[in-house]
Design a protein around this ligand. Structure first.
Ligand SMILES: [Zn+2]
Length: 149
């Protein structure tokens, strides 16, 4: 039956058209996309920023994993210009000289991670590790910035 066949073809065509329509990948966004992009113009910028943020987070985690996996040689895998090391330097700059445990708290990183970073930064001459006497008479290592000449 030719009539029926053409009806079916129409249905197929309309489904295909709907499926191929480039809808923005953001849920509840009805905008369509241009040039095969996965998001509409409004969401493309957001998506690029998100991808960039995810890349930074992944790079940080990869570096931390490498540092931890290397055990006592972990400090050799520290990228002192990377975002983790730069965060640690910024925290010392803002809060002043502090112990590993304070630095670990302020950076929201485990001490096991902070220690190799501090060691790498000290090896680069960016921080100084100096013993400080506490009120109770115990000695604690304090991490401070070495001012740039
Ligand atoms: Zn959108």
């Amino acid at each position: 039956m030719p009539g029926r066949k053409s009806k079916n073809q129409d249905a197929t065509r309309s489904t295909t058209w709907k499926w191929k329509r480039n809808a923005c990948g953001v849920e509840n966004c009805d905008e369509s996309t241009a040039n095969g992009k996965p998001y509409c113009r409004d969401h493309l910028d957001l998506a690029e920023k998100t991808e960039c943020l995810i890349a930074t987070v992944n790079a940080r985690q990869n570096e931390i994993d490498k540092v931890l996996a290397a055990g006592s040689n972990g400090w050799r895998h520290v990228e002192t210009s990377g975002s983790v090391a730069q965060d640690i330097l910024a925290i010392i700059q803002v809060y002043g000289p502090q112990t590993i445990s304070a630095l670990s708290r302020n950076a929201t990183l485990k001490a096991a991670i902070v220690i190799p970073y501090v060691r790498a930064l000290a090896a680069k001459g960016l921080v100084r590790i100096s013993p400080q006497r506490t009120a109770s008479g115990a000695t604690q290592e304090t991490i401070s910035l070495i001012p740039r000449a």
